[in-house]
Design a protein around this ligand. Structure first.
Ligand code: GLC
Length: 735
């Protein structure tokens, strides 16, 4: 008996054959997911209606943009942030949705990753956070941030990678690659010139092209051209009078033109302010605009977005071309096909042991030993340690702006230290007893009834009996500390910490200061304290990373990614005549002389220099040897330096190569970081570090030529353990 094959059976039979299942119903014919991406883009474009094309260019909720349901193209989901995957929020709100399945691992802040000077760790970081994003079903990770550390008061410096464009470039590339190996897009931010927070929506930055090309753009360029970033986030600020979100020079001429960026530009949330400029030169994906089309105020008004109905009307009236629309839609479809519609994506992982191990390792590798007199550190395990300070207990993964997280756990410095020693705790000072952001609460009750004098008296009296005192202070994620939207007000530690540190050091000479922060601070007590650790915001495994270093399970190898000036007025952004914070037209007068470039030029001695970081062992550098003493523009020179561990414990040393251009037609810094290598050495072991110098490491940007140029003449290689600790030099000539 002939049986009419059921539809399901037909599909089953068909499933065994090679071609794709034929839909028996007269439904849509979905896009061919096996075809190359560029073919899929043209196929989709050819079938999308005008309305569908416009719909994919703007948000449909706080963190998602529309797909094309009719064609089986899914919506695109973005998530903060650079240090971990933000908890799910309500459809059109910043408030968290109250899920119980979206706690995550908080990885160390990116200043810590930069301080590791280890591109391999940056790859591990990107892979790990990318897995968490993938597991949470996210297509775009809104990070990393690579804005240059121009001022020590910058509220979001903790999210970025320091003051040197070369270091930031070497760290951002593997981070992006690691994230994108998961089929999740990195969204490198905030492109560009977002270097202060207070008036970030209205500051209008101007600077010379040398500073733009040599200092503020390189990390973004590396992320695009070497990292292959699939998306870039445009910044809030203006550049030369035009918001970056529709800035022709930055987005069209440089990013898409000179660099060949083929990905999508995503606006910062609320960074789009007009239709015309955005259509012609601006972002491809508009997020966070809160507008009824005219003023602020209407929520869920996604059809009123500048790239929504206003754009549609302009297309229908002929004001805007379909070619221009298709150019944007191509870039958004490319992002979707690289992520949401990517074939053979994995499933990621969330809160895995591997991720906790990565967080702990990156944290310990990024901690910088600033001072260690008489080998006070590492501390003896099991000793009696008085731990003092609010930052020993305060959760730091909640707050600070869009990088705030809801973590599965956060090991406090006190808890980490308590696993290794007999600890007593004294509050010492009261900072910010709050602990809530976007509906995520730390759950801590940090309320304190005693006054500063009583808290100091308690800490000082306990200090006298302890074997060691570990003061855990620094900044936090509150307004005017390390926080988005509000820069710091001065360089000093807040909450009376300076006086307390001095009192503790007087009470017990074996006092260690561990700073939890993302920025430089002044240290009036620096000569009174034998040991100082810069501990960054270390995330879920903070206490373990700190204890690993304090008690010697990890020999610290971090190096500062930015300078600690002795006084704020030493900083180039705060020199006489400069204002801060800035609103409206602002010129970066210092030009290329940012960070150590400025301190070298002015002969200002910093408190701690870029690249500074000690070890529990010591390293000796032999003489630099060149394989030749001159090179042509197309040639290269190799310099080799033997480095020996002259101490008694294994350690890691980041050997830094700076290059000085002894004669140039335009002013150049005394020296510039152009390479580095982190090497592990057993006691008494010697390794030879070799750097290869090609012309690209000698060039500066010549605005008149609009090109990078290396001028013949003498150059000097300065190799050392820090920018202010050069151990060996060698000169050569560029013919
Ligand atoms: C914020 C931040 C940006 C973040 C975005 C979404 O204002 O500037 O870094 O990714 O909005 O939260």
């Amino acid at each position: 008996m002939a049986m009419a094959l059921s539809a399901a059976a037909a599909l089953l039979l068909c499933a065994g054959c090679s071609q794709r299942p034929r839909r028996v119903a007269d439904g849509p014919v979905y896009l061919d997911r096996q075809a190359p991406t560029e073919e899929r883009i043209e196929d989709a474009l050819s079938r999308m209606t005008l309305e569908e094309k416009v719909a994919v260019l703007h948000a449909q909720s706080k963190f998602s943009s529309a797909g094309v349901p009719r064609l089986g193209i899914p919506e695109l989901w973005c998530t903060d942030g650079p240090h971990g995957i933000r908890p799910e929020v309500l459809w059109d709100e910043w408030e968290q949705a109250g899920w119980t399945s979206d706690s995550c691992v908080a990885f160390p802040a990116l200043t810590c990753l930069a301080a590791s000077w280890d591109p391999d760790l940056a790859l591990l970081y990107g892979q790990s956070i990318g897995e968490e994003a993938l597991y949470r079903g996210k297509d775009v990770l809104l990070g990393p941030g690579v804005n240059i550390y121009r001022t020590p008061l910058g509220g979001r410096n903790f999210e970025y990678m320091g003051e040197d464009p070369y270091l930031a470039s070497r760290i951002v590339v593997p981070y992006v690659q690691g994230v994108q190996q998961n089929g999740v897009a990195a969204c490198v931010k905030h492109f560009a010139l977002n270097n202060e927070e207070t008036h970030r929506h209205t500051i209008d930055v101007d600077l010379d092209d040398r500073a733009l090309y040599e200092i503020y753009l390189p990390a973004f360029k590396a992320a695009v051209q070497e990292g292959g970033a699939w998306s870039i986030m445009s910044s809030y600020n203006l550049y030369r009078g035009t918001h970056v979100g529709n800035n022709e020079r930055l987005l069209d001429d440089i990013l898409r033109g000179e660099w060949g960026f083929d990905g999508a530009v995503i606006s910062d949330w609320g960074g789009v302010h007009e239709t015309e400029g955005t259509v012609l030169h601006g972002v491809d994906l508009e997020f966070g605009t809160w507008t009824d089309g005219l003023t602020m105020g209407a929520t869920n008004a996604y059809d009123n977005y500048y790239l929504a109905n206003p754009y549609l009307e302009g297309l229908r009236s002929g004001k805007y071309t379909v070619e221009g629309l298709d150019a944007k839609v191509r870039r958004v479809l490319r992002l979707i096909f690289r992520t949401a519609m990517r074939e053979n994506k994995g499933f990621g992982a969330l809160n895995s042991e591997a991720h906790y191990a990565a967080a702990r390792r990156i944290g310990a590798e990024g901690i910088v030993l600033l001072k260690n007199e008489n080998g006070l550190l590492p501390l003896r395990k099991g000793s009696r340690v008085l731990v003092v300070g609010e930052n020993a207990v305060k959760m730091m993964t909640v707050g600070g702006g869009s990088s705030s997280l809801k973590v599965q756990h956060e090991i406090s410095p006190l808890a980490g230290i308590a696993e290794q020693a007999q600890v007593t705790y004294a509050r010492g000072y009261v900072g910010d007893v709050g602990g809530e952001y976007n509906g995520v609460s730390s759950g801590q009750d940090l309320s304190e009834s005693r006054n500063p004098a009583q808290l100091t008296a308690e800490a000082v009296s306990l200090a006298r009996e302890a074997d060691y005192v570990v003061f855990v202070g620094g900044l936090n994620k509150s307004d005017h500390q390390d926080c988005e939207g509000a820069d710091r007000l001065d360089l000093a530690l807040p909450y009376g910490q300076d006086a307390l540190i001095s009192a503790l050091a007087a009470a017990n000479p074996r006092t260690v200061v561990a700073l939890v922060s993302g920025n430089a601070v002044s240290m009036p007590w620096v000569d009174k304290v034998p040991a100082i650790l810069q501990c960054w915001f270390l995330g879920s495994e903070a206490g373990h990373s700190i204890a690993d270093v304090l008690f010697g399970d990890v020999n610290p190898s971090g190096k500062l990614p930015f300078t600690f000036p002795r006084a704020l007025c030493d900083s180039p952004a705060h020199q006489a005549g400069m204002t801060f914070p800035n609103e409206g037209p602002t010129t970066y007068e210092e030009g290329i002389f940012v960070g150590y470039r400025w301190y070298d030029k002015q002969g200002i001695e910093p408190l701690f220099a870029l690249g500074h970081g000690l070890s529990y062992t010591s390293f000796e550098y032999g003489p630099a040897r060149l394989d030749r003493t001159s090179m042509t523009e197309g040639g290269r020179i190799r310099v080799s330096v033997p480095v020996t561990n002259t101490g008694s414990v294994p350690g890691k040393e980041t050997v830094q190569l700076y290059i000085a251009d002894r004669e140039s037609s335009l002013p150049r810094p005394v020296k510039e970081l152009k390479d580095f290598a982190k090497v592990s050495l057993e006691p008494a072991q010697t390794k030879t570090v070799t750097f290869e110098i090609s012309a690209d490491k000698l060039r500066f940007y010549d605005p008149a030529a609009g090109a990078w140029t290396a001028e013949p003449g003498e150059f000097e290689l300065l190799i050392g353990s820090a920018s202010d600790d050069i151990r060996t030099r060698a000169a050569f000539t560029l013919k």
